[in-house]
Design a protein. Sequence first.
Length: 104
Amino acid sequence: MTKEMELVVGSDGGVRCIYDEALDLREIGKLQITRASHVEPDRDGYWWADMEPSGGPVLGPFSSRTEALGAEREWLTSNAPTAGSIRTAPRTHAGKRPNEMSRW
C-alpha cells in the first residue's frame, strides 16, 4: 500500500509538511518539528482541535479523536501557515501525541 505525503517547498528553499511517518524525513535533512495545534479531550469526553499555535480557531467538539485529527489536518491543509508563523510557546500535555508541522 502506498501512502502519500504532501511536501510544500517555499521560495526560500525550506520545506514544510504535516508530520507523518509515511516518509522518514530524517533521510532528507535536518528537521525542525514545531507543534501546529493541540488535539485534546474535555471533561465530557469530546475532542477539540486548538489551532491557536498556527493562528487559527478552536475546532470542535468532536465525538472522537479521529474526527478531531481529521478536522485539524483539513484546517492545516487549507490554511497552510508558513513555518515562521507557528507560535512556539511551550505547552505540555502528558501522554498526547500531537500532530505537528515539520520543516527543514
